[in-house]
Design a protein around this ligand. Structure first.
Ligand SMILES: Cc1cc2nc3c(=O)[nH]c(=O)nc-3n(C[C@H](O)[C@H](O)[C@H](O)COP(=O)(O)OP(=O)(O)OC[C@H]3O[C@@H](n4cnc5c(N)ncnc54)[C@H](O)[C@@H]3O)c2cc1C
Length: 423
């Protein structure tokens, strides 16, 4: 049986860096990946452009992670956003910052980012075994035995034994979460960590589109609003569970776009997501009384026009027509005929229409998994388990999920880097 100082399971963002850094530090390292190629999620990411990180400092990342942010201090001190950008650029891949603060490769090609990471990995001398799924982990005295599927290890599996096994003095689990399971992330690491005594915060989809049964929502599929303030409510509750602001997309099943993906983690955390509603303010920079005044003025100026032609011209007409009907007004209504009550109902529809939520598109369409290995059982200064000596965990397998904008890769790269520095 082959023996390594370090075995890393999962060649995603966290595992690629963890293995490279461990090998650079002279550790005999093996990186195992179940897919035929590493970094499949890197290739899919950011619409195949890979939003590597966000143009901010370590504090910006900590804040974006809200209650989970404190856990990231040491990892970000080891590899902050500027260090990550430098690491990619040092491999010959220039990056750019877009208006939203998202950092991408100048080439807009995720494959360039993956190639950069693979170049560093190859230089480090780490051994890599692709098409080699780990199937079980066993504690054997001080070391770990990692059992693999029969076809694993390729040429290395000289004995052609039924279940090849490798021994590891230190083990880094970077198997990711369980979203987009077709990409290889089927939550394998959770079971192993639980069997070794770790608490798993129940995994749930995050950064996932929301479903709604409101027919009017489906009817304007494809309409995008660049700036919407959304607030998630229980029925009849005035205080929101969560609120966000950003771009929203209407779809044939419900809602998507960055603001929806960001608020989705609160939907999946709710015991009864089916009874939630999303209040949408489509004109967040205009107060209700200002909007009322603007509509009154336009109506007196253009009394002969239909209201749909003069109300909120900055919004798409298809949305405005739906909101007019939701306000209980006929589409043919002329501006001069709009009553004070009708105007108030219209302002309410534009500023706070409530869209019923029936759920989410699930793990199949979630960019990230919320939940995972409980953070208080991990030493955040090293990524080592506090329960199992020589076991390290990094990346999305942890109970970490950030907003859209490159935060999730930053956390995966930083925690992977720190694990590699610590083994
Ligand atoms: C469509 C999509 C787009 C995204 N876009 C972005 C973006 O632009 N920016 C951003 O910051 N985040 C993005 N994300 C999120 C980001 O991809 C993840 O947060 C990140 O990949 C997590 O890194 P990781 O290394 O922890 O896990 P992963 O990258 O998921 O890697 C885990 C690896 O472990 C392997 N593995 C699992 N089980 C086994 C096993 N039993 N044996 C061997 N190998 C195993 C998997 O095959 C996989 O290669 C996106 C996600 C998706 C799904």
């Amino acid at each position: 049986m082959d023996s390594y100082e370090v075995v890393v399971i999962g060649a995603g963002a966290a595992g690629l860096l963890a293995a490279a850094v461990a090998a650079e530090r002279g550790r005999r390292t093996l990186l195992l990946e179940k897919n035929r190629r590493p970094g499949v999620k890197i290739l899919m990411s950011g619409g195949t452009r890979c939003n590597i990180t966000h143009a901010t400092d370590k504090w910006g990342i900590v804040r974006a992670y809200r209650d989970q942010g404190d856990f990231l201090h040491s990892a970000l001190a080891a590899l902050g956003p500027a260090d990550l950008v430098k690491l990619i650029e040092d491999e010959g891949v220039p990056t750019k910052v877009e208006e939203t603060g998202k950092v991408f490769p100048v080439s807009n090609r995720a494959t360039d980012v993956l190639d950069a990471l693979v170049r560093r990995l190859v230089r480090s001398g780490a051994e890599v075994a692709l098409d080699s799924p780990a199937t079980a982990i066993e504690r054997d005295g001080e070391r770990f035995l990692v059992h693999l599927s029969p076809h694993a290890l390729g040429e290395r599996n000289v004995s052609r034994s039924e279940t090849p096994t490798v021994a590891a003095a230190k083990l880094i689990l970077t198997t990711g979460g369980q979203s987009y399971p077709g990409s290889g992330t089927t939550g394998d690491g959770y079971g192993w960590a639980a069997a070794l005594g770790h608490m798993i915060v129940p995994p749930r989809p995050a950064l996932v589109p929301l479903t709604s049964d409101a027919a009017w929502v489906h009817s304007i599929s494809g309409v995008t609003i660049p700036d919407v303030a959304v607030a998630l409510h229980w029925p009849n509750a005035s205080k929101p569970l969560d609120q966000r602001r950003g771009s929203l997309l209407f779809t044939h099943f419900g809602l998507s776009g960055p603001v929806i993906l960001d608020i989705s983690r609160t939907v999946t955390a709710a015991a009864e997501p089916r009874s939630l509603a999303l209040a949408c303010d489509f004109l967040p920079d205009t107060r209700a009384d200002q909007l009322d005044g603007q509509i009154r003025e336009s109506c007196s100026r253009d009394g002969k026009k239909q209201i749909a032609a003069i109300v909120a011209p900055e919004l798409p007409r298809r949305l405005v027509e739906q909101l007019i009907q939701l306000a209980g007004l006929p589409l043919e209504l002329k501006a001069a005929e709009l009553s004070k009550k009708g105007r108030a109902d219209l302002v309410a529809a534009l500023k706070s229409v409530r869209i019923p939520i029936t759920g989410t598109r699930g793990f199949a369409k979630a960019e990230v998994t919320a939940g995972g290995i409980a953070l208080d059982e991990i030493d955040s200064r090293t990524m080592q388990s506090k329960l199992v000596p020589s076991l390290y965990l990094a990346g999305e397998i942890l109970d970490l999920d950030g907003p859209i904008g490159g935060y999730n890769f930053q956390a995966a790269f930083s925690t992977g880097y720190l694990a590699g520095m610590s083994v």
